[in-house]
Design a protein around this ligand. Structure first.
Ligand code: FE2
Length: 324
C-alpha cells in the first residue's frame, strides 16, 4: 500500500536518514526541500533584471551584479548580542540568504564572465558572517563594502557614531583582512573595461578616493563605477522615499521629496558634490552599479552613463549586464 506522507513527517524522515543536512547556521537549503519550487529548475529561482551597456567593445561580455545578501549567521560561542541579531535579523531577511548567494554564483559560473557585489554581503559583524564572506568571495568576483559591513552589532552596538570616518576606523582593519579587495577603492579590468569599486557607505566619498579615481581615469579605459549607495537622481530618490514609507503611500504628486539622509549628504558635502558634478562630464564613465535600496531600478546619470540599482540578493535578485 502506498503510504501518504505529510510534509512534516516527510522532512522528519529525510532528516533521520541523513538526507537533509543543515550546512550552516542558516536554515535548510531549498534545494533539499522538495516542497519549495518542486517544478522549477535549479536556476529559475533567481529573479534577474537585464541591461545592456553599449561601449563598442571588440570582445563583448557580461557580468552578474548582485547586492545586499545580508548574511545573519553567528556561531553558538559568539556573544548574546550576536545571538539576538541572528534570531531577529534572520526573520527579517528570510533565512535563505546563503542559498541565494550560492545559487547566484553557481549560475554566474556558466552564464557570465564576472561578478560584482555592491555591499551589505553581511548584515553585521560576526565570526560566522566573516567566514561566509571568505567562503563565497572567490575568483572572478569583485565588490565594495556596504554600511552593514561596518556595523558591529547594529542597534545593540555600544559605539553610536555611525556615519563617520572615525566610526569606520573601528573596523577598517578587520574588514580589509576579510574582503579580498581594497576597501577604499579597487580597480579591476575585465575585457578592457575598468570596474572601479569604492566605499561610499554613508553617502559621501573622500578626497583620497577622488584622487584615486582620477588616476583610474588616466588609464583611458571605459569605466564602470560600483558602490553601495547610489548617487541619487531625482527619479531614484522619489522611488526610494516611496518604497521605504511605512504607511500606505500611493503616488499623489510628481514633486521630488526633499533630500534627506544620503541624498542630502551628496548635495551638501563639497567633496562628494564636486565629484558627482565631475563624473557627469566624464565621457569615460559608462555605467554606475549600486545597491542598498533593495529595489531594482535604472535611471540616467549622465550623457554617457546609466545608473543601475539592483534589488536585494536575499530575495534572489540580481541583474545581468551585457557590455557590447
Ligand atoms: Fe545598505
Amino acid at each position: 500500500m502506498k503510504e501518504k506522507l505529510d510534509r512534516r513527517t516527510f522532512l522528519k524522515r529525510m532528516t533521520g536518514m541523513g538526507v537533509i543536512v543543515a550546512t550552516s547556521q542558516l536554515p535548510v537549503l531549498a534545494e533539499d526541500d522538495p516542497t519549495v519550487f518542486p517544478q522549477r529548475g535549479r536556476y529559475e529561482r533567481l529573479a534577474l533584471n537585464y541591461a545592456t551597456v553599449n561601449i563598442g567593445l571588440e570582445k563583448p561580455f557580461s557580468i552578474l551584479h548582485i547586492s545586499d545578501t545580508h548574511f545573519t549567521a553567528a556561531y553558538s560561542h559568539e556573544d548574546e548580542k550576536k545571538q539576538t541579531l541572528r534570531i531577529k535579523r534572520t526573520k527579517t531577511f528570510g533565512g535563505r540568504q546563503e542559498e541565494a548567494l550560492r545559487d547566484s554564483l553557481a549560475w554566474a559560473k556558466t552564464h557570465v564572465d564576472y561578478v560584482v557585489h555592491t555591499g551589505d554581503l553581511i548584515d553585521w559583524q560576526s565570526e560566522a558572517n566573516f567566514d561566509l564572506v571568505k567562503k563565497y568571495f572567490g575568483e572572478g568576483m569583485t565588490g565594495c563594502l556596504g554600511n552593514h559591513e561596518y556595523s558591529p552589532s547594529m542597534w545593540l552596538s555600544e559605539v553610536k557614531a555611525e556615519g563617520t570616518e572615525a566610526y569606520k576606523d573601528l573596523s577598517r582593519k578587520k574588514l580589509q583582512s576579510v574582503y579580498p579587495f581594497n576597501i577604499e577603492l579597487q580597480s579591476q579590468v575585465v575585457n578592457g573595461v575598468n570596474f572601479v569599486t569604492l566605499d561610499d557607505v554613508y553617502g559621501y566619498v573622500t578626497q583620497s578616493q577622488v584622487d584615486l579615481f582620477k588616476q583610474e581615469v588616466r588609464k583611458g579605459l571605459p569605466i564602470v563605477l560600483c558602490m553601495h549607495v547610489p548617487f541619487h537622481t531625482e527619479n531614484i530618490w522619489r522611488v526610494n522615499v516611496k518604497f521605504w514609507k511605512r504607511e500606505a503611500a500611493k503616488l499623489s504628486s510628481a514633486q521630488v521629496p526633499d533630500p534627506t539622509g544620503d541624498y542630502r549628504i551628496q548635495r551638501q558635502d563639497p567633496v562628494t558634490r564636486d565629484f558627482i558634478a565631475y563624473l557627469k562630464k566624464e565621457p569615460l564613465l559608462k555605467a554606475i552599479l549600486a545597491g542598498h535600496l533593495h529595489f531594482t531600478m535604472q535611471d540616467r546619470f549622465s550623457p554617457t552613463a546609466m545608473e543601475y540599482v539592483v534589488g536585494g540578493n536575499f530575495l534572489f535578485h540580481g541583474e545581468e549586464i551585457l557590455f557590447v
